[in-house]
Design a protein around this ligand. Structure first.
Ligand code: DQA
Length: 152
């Protein structure tokens, strides 16, 4: 595994900060991404973030991850969590371990948010912990990448 982590954000997450702050908090996506890149750099891990409102663009990005030598993916598929077989299939196709993150506790919300097309094939799932959830996911990815390097 290489020491590259890609963070993928799905639709409407570009509006974080102003979008339903009672549900998603007041941290902007730029703040989340800057924080993750900083944390990664302290551990010698390159963290690259990407957001799109388009399913195909996210799928193309997942395909590109394989060629780019990405060792771990952190993904918040947002609304596509509950709809996208195609994005799930892309993650399975590249066979890169990933963590699914949601800012809100999707299980405490509408019924249609309880089903995820990603959770059963994710290495782990973090829901309901707000922006900190991304940090926890990155902590795990960094540890997993370090472990794979030492072969322990
Ligand atoms: C979300 C939860 C989804 O149900 C919703 O469609 C989102 C954001 C979250 O981070 O809590 O856009 O993924």
């Amino acid at each position: 595994m290489t020491r590259i982590v890609w963070v993928l954000h799905g639709p409407n997450l570009n509006l974080l900060g102003s979008r339903e702050p009672d549900t998603y908090g007041s941290t902007t996506l730029a703040q989340i991404d800057t924080d993750l890149a900083t944390v990664g750099s302290h551990s010698g891990v390159e963290v690259v973030s990407f957001q799109s409102n388009h399913e195909g663009a996210l799928i193309d990005r997942v395909h590109a991850a394989a060629a780019a030598g990405v060792g771990y993916i952190i993904i918040n598929p947002a609304g596509f969590t509950h709809t996208s077989v195609a994005l799930r299939d892309a993650l399975l196709a590249v066979d890169i371990p990933f963590i699914e993150v949601h800012l809100s506790n999707t299980h405490a919300r509408e019924r249609f948010r309880h089903r995820s097309y990603f959770s059963d094939v994710a290495r782990g799932v973090i829901v309901g912990l707000g922006a900190a959830g991304y940090r926890y996911a990155l902590d795990h990815a960094i540890a997993a990448l370090a472990q794979s390097r030492t072969g322990s």
